[in-house]
Design a protein around this ligand. Structure first.
Ligand SMILES: O=C(O)C(=O)C[C@]1(C(=O)O)C=C[C@@H](O)C=C1
Length: 323
């Protein structure tokens, strides 16, 4: 199967239609024509991949205001069978939508996704200080629920503007996000398959369990990247769930597994934390190319290894020294 979009690929995503996740999926070449299966949660979307019902799933992983999407971070951290093959970054803008005839002062209960309310908290506190908030499985699900027959569990929904346009809902307030320029990052996740080729502008996601509880353990992890000139674009600690204080680190590093500096950093991590897991190398959404010092480039690693091997030969008649 091809890495994305092309012939025969099928997709799951956090649905229903008109979620931000669907708009992320529609940026994948071929996805608009492909079979797309909406799921009611991140876990349900990933399960469709694991069950072989679809080839890949688009799920949110990180928001510029609210941070990591823990459902995704945890699900991909524990499964041996999931790999990230692509990332997509989508701008997020929110409208407060209601059935026609509803006025702002009528709104007692608002529903939306937990990441959306967190991004609109300032506006809601200022304009609807007494409102009750109900979490919904996605922004679009909260909007769609207002279009069915009553009784309605909430008076208004915080959604992408397109939800109002599609369903004829009234815009009670537009662009209510607290931070203009907010973006959410999504990842396309499949079962293990050949890695997307190295582009020179790539990211590698890994999970590193904290090896054992001793001073400097986190420093040892970070050193593996620092000494090889590998920049990190995200590092988050998540509880393993086993007991209080047991954590793993979810890390995005600049570069591809085929970059010698990244492969060498992973080898170092494996030595200090053997349960380190590789979750994929894939092209960066922003296409930015990291500046890599001469001594961290592939050629410098190759030359250095050649030099080390040559030392053994120079000690005698060509055979490595005996122990
Ligand atoms: O509810 C949606 O529309 C989603 O796609 C989920 C989600 C998220 O998980 O962060 C995506 C983008 C926005 O930040 C708010 C909600």
């Amino acid at each position: 199967m091809s890495p994305d979009g092309a012939s025969g690929e099928t997709y799951a995503y956090l649905g229903p239609e008109l979620t931000f996740t669907e708009s992320a999926l529609l940026t994948v070449p071929g996805a608009a024509e492909a079979r797309r299966v909406p799921a009611t949660s991140v876990n349900a979307a990933l399960q469709l991949v694991l069950d072989g019902e679809v080839g890949a799933a688009m799920v949110p992983i990180e928001n510029s205001v609210e941070g990591g999407v823990t459902a995704t971070l945890d699900a991909i951290a524990v499964s041996e069978e999931l790999r990230i093959i692509r990332e997509v970054v989508v701008p997020v803008r929110f409208n407060l939508l209601a059935r026609p005839g509803t006025r702002l002062e009528d709104v007692r209960v608002v529903a939306t996704h937990s990441h959306a309310i967190a991004q609109c908290r300032g506006w809601v506190d200022e304009h609807l200080p007494d409102v009750e908030y109900l979490p919904s499985s996605s922004t679009a699900a909260a909007g769609v629920a207002l279009t069915g027959p009553g009784p309605w569990p909430w008076d208004a929904a915080i959604c992408a503007p397109v939800v109002g346009e599609r369903y004829g809902l009234t815009v009670l307030a537009a662009d209510i996000g607290d931070r203009s320029g907010a973006v959410t990052r999504f990842v396309l996740v499949s079962r293990p398959r050949p890695l997307p080729p190295r582009t020179g502008s790539d990211k590698t996601t890994i999970v590193v369990p904290l090896p054992d509880d001793h001073p400097g353990a986190l420093m040892e992890i970070l050193e593996q990247f620092a000494t090889r000139g590998v920049n990190l674009s995200r590092i988050e600690s998540r509880p393993t769930g086993a007991y209080l204080g047991d954590y793993f680190f979810s890390i995005d590093a600049e570069g591809h597994l085929e970059d010698a500096r990244v492969a060498d950093a992973l080898a170092g991590l494996h030595r200090i934390s053997p349960a380190t897991r590789f979750l994929g190398s894939y092209p960066r959404a922003d296409e930015s190319v990291p500046s890599v010092a001469r001594h961290h480039r592939d050629q410098a690693f190759e030359e250095a290894f050649r030099w080390v091997r040559s030392l053994a030969r120079r000690t005698g008649d060509g055979d490595p020294p005996r122990r």
